[in-house]
Structure formats: structure tokens, C-alpha cells
Design a protein around this ligand. Sequence first.
Ligand code: CP
Length: 372
Amino acid sequence: MSVDPASLSYEDFVQGIEDRQRRRQLLFREGRPYFVLVSQQFSRADLEGLCDTATAIRRLDRHRDGVDFLRRILHGHRVMNLFAQPSTRTAESFIAAADKLGASTRLVSDMRTSSFAKGETVDDSVRTLSSFFDTIVVRHPDDDFAMRASWALARSGRPIPVVSAGSGKSQHVTQSLLDVYTLRYSFASRGGIDGKRIVLVGDVGRNRAARSLAYMMTKFDVHRLDIVCAKDHLPEGGLLEYISRHGIDVRIHERLAPALEKVGKEVDAVYMTRLQQEWDGDAGGTPDQKGKLGTNEDFVLHPEYAKYLRDDCVIMHPLPRINELPEPWESHPGFVVWRQVRNGMWMRSALLASIHGAADEIRARAARLSLV
Ligand code: CP
């Protein structure tokens, strides 16, 4: 039975996204992502398609005709980047991604300059923005801001796509897309992501990038996930139950060194995260500068732990980092953190192109130029 998002209350819309059958109808249009809110919304085929499109864009961008072709893809489109929390990578890579495709962008990062400061509702704000823009990319400390914006636009007379660029402590879905792209590239000569063993380290409960990646691992033939985190930072919100239900054996460890000593040689990737101290106060969004920033020793990947890992173990971090992934790791053969950063631009270009129906054309052009 088809679901018309315009006819749903907000509560029904949220419930619909929880439900596997209805989720796709609510978040996709004509087979393409329209509202990008949660990792669970993507199928394995969607992920493979996005990765192939990202590779096609990356290769076209090295070719003079390819650059000109890409800049016509979203020519005349306007992308609003609404960032109510700090960002370096996500905001700038969305801007670079849109630029590659010829779209123009606007970044609003100080909410005091918008009418939110006067008490305007999410619904009215995004409906206003839809008069001027063709896509909204939004980062917000509230877990459900992007969800609410999508619902308000779905039932408006002028809906436009909404892409979450980080939703509170909940999800960072475009980060997990670029992480999957990086993992797929890293394991290209080792059979891809299927069968690989990944360790998530740190404040996994509050790190939306790690949470989104864990959800996304259920799309692959991954049998085990090791999580190294303090008891206080265990993921909530049904994440552990969800990934267990999808056949992944989750093992929790309370300290990194003993965990790596025990399983390190079997591990294919270590995904480090920062302690999310911005959530320690009552605010959300600004680190408590009175406290010292940085993670506790139990969750720091000290350089001497390299002896516990294989040389081909992939070392990842969504950044920013504080002390948890010290600089000497940059010379480890598996260190791909700067590749993750760059892949953010390619994957976000691929996502914008897919949303606007240009992915097939991009892949076909890359194939015609023998770039795939
Ligand atoms: N990885 C990430 O989201 O970085 P920013 O906070 O700088 O966007």
C-alpha cells in the first residue's frame, strides 16, 4: 500500500521511517533519495550505485571535458547549507560538491542571523527557504530537526529535498556514506566490505558518525562488530538491538589495549572517534571550554598499539580529532583519514547528483570516456 507523506501527522511520518516497508516510500521519490535522514534508508544496491557515481565524478574531474560536463549537471540549482552546529569538513565539502556540479550555494551558520532567533518555527523556516533553494542541507543539535523539516516540506506545496548533515547525537548519514566509500576503496583488492571485521572506538553512544556507520554495516555481509567504549557511552536508541537483529554479533569492550591485544590481528579496520564533550553541558553544540578537551587513556590509540594490528588494517576517524588518534599513525600503511576527508566531497557530489536524477548520466559519461 502506498503512503502519501503529505497525509501523515508528524508522529506517523516518524513512525513510518522506523518501518522498513514504509521508509522507502517516505524518503525516496522515483527510486531516488529525496529526504536523506538515516543510514537504514539505503539498500545495498543504493550504496553500490552511490559509490560508483562518486568514482565516476572523481575520474571525470581529472578530465577537461569531464569538468565541463560536471558543471552543467546542476547548473542553475541552489543549495542552502543550514548549519546550526560547528563544521569544517561537512559544510565545506557540501559546498565543494555542489560547486563541482555547477550549483550555487549559501551557508548560514549563525542562527542569530536568521529568524529562528525571533522564534520562527522549523516548518515556516524551511517552507520559506524552499521558495529560494532547490535543496536544503541541514546540521542541527536536535536529533529530529531534519526529520521535522522533511515532513513540513513533504506536505507543503513546494517540497524540495532535505539532506541531514548531522542530526544531534543520532545520525550523520552522509559521513557514513563517505566512510563506506572509503572502506570499499580500501578493501577493493580484498573482496570488498563483506566479511570484514571493524572496531568502533570511543564515545560511540554520542558519536553520530559511528552510529550511522554501525547501521550501515547491516547492509553488508558483516558478521561481527566490536565496540570499545565506556559503559556511560554505550549506544542507545535501539542501535545495538537493530544491528543484532540484522545478524551482526556485537561485542562490547571497556578498554582499547586489552581489546586489541585479544582481537587486533583479526581486525580489518579501526574506526576512532572523539569524546563528544559538547554534549556534557546542558547546551549541545559548544564544547565546555572549562573542562579539558580530549579522551581518556582507555580509548586512545597509542602508537605502540600498532604491534597488535596488521599492517593492512585500515585506520579511520571522521575528524575532528583531539588526542585519541596521535599523529604518528599517519605513517601507518592503513591510515586513510585524509582520504576520508576528500571522499566526503566525491560522495556528497554523488548524493546531490543522485537526488536530482543525474547519476546514470554521470556514470554513462565516465564510461564513454573510458574512465570507469
Ligand atoms: N566529520 C565531520 O562531521 O566533521 P565536521 O564536524 O568538521 O563537519
